[in-house]
Design a protein around this ligand. Sequence first.
Ligand SMILES: [Zn+2]
Length: 123
Amino acid sequence: MTDKPFKLFDLKVEVVAGEAPMVCHHVEGSYFLVEGESLVFSDVIHFPMYPLAAILPLLPAKQRVTDDHDWMSTDSEIACPDPHCGARFRITRLGVRTFTHAGTTGLPHARGRPHWKDKAADD
Ligand SMILES: [Zn+2]
């Protein structure tokens, strides 16, 4: 039972310009990916920590299937937490990745091979 699969969306979090100027050190078009529990920064040299702290709590919900009428399904731009900054962060759902309970849980009695060692997690 613990090897039953579940799916999470991969996400892309991209810096986009809002109506006001950006006052933090954001680079429009830069992005990072979310793959399971991992943040993947491939082309980003830096990412300000205050907006990252504001974005992080939303990512696990965006990874999961939500009701079509849930704002989490429809709203995709997060404002920079600096009220004077115009930066926005667009969260886009990409492909779906399959995990298993045994590959992701921390429960000692249910723990199996970690998902990051399992090729099957790379759908
Ligand atoms: Zn900002």
